[in-house]
Ligand binder design. Sequence first.
Ligand SMILES: Nc1ncnc2c1ncn2[C@@H]1O[C@H](COP(=O)(O)OP(=O)(O)OP(=O)(O)O)[C@@H](O)[C@H]1O
Ligand SMILES: [Mg+2]
Length: 592
Amino acid sequence: MHTIWRVSGYLFRYKGMFALTLALALGSTLFFIAIPQIIKVLLDDVVAARRSDLLLWGVAGITLCFLLREVLNSLRIRVNNTLEQRVLVDLRRDLHGKLLDLPISFYDRRKSGEIASRVIEDVQNVERVILDGTEQGLVSILTVVGISALLFAQQPVLAALVVLPLPIVLWLAARHFKATRKNWKAVRESSGEMSSLLVEDIQGNRLIHSFALRERESRRFAAIAEELRTRTLRAMFRWSVHGPGSSFIMSLGTVAVVGLGGWFLIQGEAPFTGPFTFGSFVAFFAYCAMLYAPIGTLNNLNHMFAAGKASGERVFEILDHPIEVANPQQPHAFPRGLVEVRYAGVSFCYPERAAVVEGLELTLPAGRVTALVGHTGAGKTTIANLLLRYYDVTSGTVTINGVDVRAIGLEDLRGNIGYVAQDPFLFDGSVEDNLRLARPGATEAELVAALEAAAAWDFVQRLPDGLRTLIGERGIRLSMGEKQRLTIARVILKNPPLVILDEATASVDTLTESRIQHAIDALVRERTTLVIAHRLSTVRKADQIIVLENGRILERGTHEELLAARGHYADLWRVQTDVIPEYESEREPLGR
Ligand SMILES: Nc1ncnc2c1ncn2[C@@H]1O[C@H](COP(=O)(O)OP(=O)(O)OP(=O)(O)O)[C@@H](O)[C@H]1O
Ligand SMILES: [Mg+2]
């Protein structure tokens, strides 16, 4: 019930509208249950007394009741729709906002298709519950209560017979809810898996072709689709027994009314209430019929609620997910001017993994370039992630001019760090849009200057619409090197005091690389920079080179110092440059 209360919490944000829906539902119910009363009077006092002059008035009264009921219904549906759409937007926005706030670690452990299925399909299921629950549920409950009260007032013995099956039906409904909820949960899980497989197949399309995985993926999809089918049918078949079964039990009440009511009619009177007329019988019978419809609706809703609850739980699971990388309560401003970054005793491990970084002591001097090199998986990107607070350190501190990064507001922190990631990401939009993300107010001249500095203007110029060429999902595909140069241009435009370049020149040819190197040289001037690279040629000029192995610092120094030390770095350099004349003289004696 918890989930349903929480969804209701969203409804109660709009108290006025909710009260109005309730009032309108109450009004239309009253007009509806007044009808059999009028019929009773009509039969007993007008038809039986053969007062044809009054018949028309009675008919007019009934018509009016039907009309008013539907007018109020129409108003209620409108108010209700507005209400539920507001609730839905609130729910979706909360969910989307939460997804933006959640730390990267949340996404590490989840598949994007699965998350999307929660935001789209599960919210839709919750929507149906809100929609039909408030729309039909409210009216049904009011009708059942109102009619039961009237039945008891008219003939308590018959009324007791009518409501006798109710507790049994309620008990069955509760059981059904519980069992079917589990089934629906399984259905939702299968559906999430199917979405994630779909997203995987779309994203991994090239891989599927290159490895000829079509058959394998078809089989996987068929298996999931089959699983979804069995699970859905299991959830639905249960209803095929429960729904009609409950209806049958309820209708036994009607049978009892026909029998006992007929007997009362023959006697001409009933216990407690005295004379029992034909009109009383018809009115009573009409009420019975009117009672079963809303009970049936409630039963249907119960079934739907079970599905909605399973979905609601999946939605709230995201909404309740703790934000591990939290914004500080009273954020410290990002330090002004040149900044120095210090990692002090930093250890870090990804969840359920051994430590990636251990006892790291590292200073990025203000205004200088620090290069991080090391084998793949050494923890280079991880060290950058800790500075950006994509993850928080397990122990130790990362400080910027002595201020712990955890004390700085997240947006402020990331806004002051220019990051060229290993896997550059561009948004769907034009080149210009993607650049303006860094500085919305930039002039076209500034955009061009940034592109020129990043050695990207050449290829952007050659794109069909220049700066306005669409790139990303709906536009032109860029090569990895082109993407990287655009992301560098973005950082140049952003002009931050702190820059992280992760393998910024990994995917470009040597010529472009040297041009980008120039761009980077321009970029890193007067800034504190962390360069991560596999290619040592790109880090030669760094003020400080750190050689990392398994999250520990092996060596540190300048290019010349490290070569002279003839350690790990010197070995790497030799392998990468193969034969470089200026060091050849140094190496030769070694070899002999
Ligand atoms: N999100 C993650 N969850 C769990 N483990 C991770 C995650 N990201 C990286 N790792 C692990 O942490 C270690 C360090 O990874 P990291 O990405 O920092 O390496 P790297 O030095 O940047 O390597 P490369 O040169 O290939 O980019 C690796 O063993 C990797 O498997
Ligand atoms: Mg990396």
